[in-house]
Design a protein around this ligand. Structure first.
Ligand SMILES: [Fe+2]
Ligand SMILES: [Fe+2]
Length: 175
C-alpha cells in the first residue's frame, strides 16, 4: 500500500521531535555532569541514544515504504533546571507529549486504513508506556528523598548501572 503524504509528513515531524527529545536528554546529561551527578548523566546519555534510535525506527519505516525522509531544524533544548527532581518532572511531562503525538499519528493511520504503519506504531505504544513509567518512577523517588544528599547520591549510584541502549534498529519492525 502506498503511504499517504499526510502520514509521511506526520512521521517526518515525529523524526524531528525524536531528535529534539534526544537533544533535550543530551542537555539534561550535561547539566547532571555540571552537578557531579555522574550516574544520572550516564542515564541521560543512554536515553539520548534511545531517542536517536526512535528517530531511526521512523526513518526506516519511511525508507521501507519508498518515502523521503526530510531533516528539519531541531529546536534548542533547555539548559538549566532547579534540581534533579525538576529534571525528571520535566522529562516525564515531555514523554506524555511524545505519547500524545504518537497516538495522533496512530489516528491518521487508522483513518487511512494503513495497517503497516499501525503495526510499526505498536512498538512505540509499548515503548511510551515504559518511557512514562521510568521517568515517573525517578521523579517520584527524587521527590520522596527531599533534600537529603546521601539519598540523592544513592539514587545516582543506582542509575549509573543503566545498561547501554540497544543497537540502532535495522528495520522499522525490528524487536
Ligand atoms: Fe522517543
Ligand atoms: Fe525506552
Amino acid at each position: 500500500m502506498k503511504i499517504s503524504q499526510e502520514l509521511v509528513d506526520a512521521i517526518n515531524d515525529q523524526i524531528n521531535f525524536e531528535l529534539y527529545s534526544a537533544f533535550i536528554y543530551f542537555s539534561m546529561g550535561a547539566w547532571f555532569e555540571s552537578q557531579n551527578l555522574k550516574g544520572m548523566a550516564h542515564w541521560m546519555e543512554v536515553q539520548y541514544q534511545e531517542e536517536f534510535n526512535h528517530a531511526m525506527r521512523f526513518y526506516r519505516h519511511l525508507t521501507e515504504r519508498g518515502a523521503r525522509v526530510i531533516m528539519k531544524q531541531i529546536d534548542a533544548p533547555a539548559t538549566e533546571w532547579k534540581s534533579a527532581h525538576d529534571v525528571f518532572a520535566v522529562a516525564y511531562h515531555h514523554e506524555t507529549i511524545v505519547t500524545e503525538r504518537i497516538y495522533k499519528i496512530g489516528d491518521i493511520a487508522d483513518r487511512l486504513g494503513d495497517r503497516s504503519a499501525q503495526s510499526m506504531l505498536h512498538w512505540f505504544y509499548n515503548e511510551q508506556t515504559e518511557e512514562e513509567a521510568n521517568t515517573m518512577e525517578l521523579r517520584d523517588r527524587l521527590k520522596q528523598i527531599g533534600d537529603s544528599l546521601p539519598a540523592l547520591l544513592q539514587i545516582d549510584a543506582q542509575v549509573a548501572a543503566r545498561p547501554p541502549a540497544p543497537p540502532v534498529p535495522a528495520s522499522s519492525i525490528a524487536p
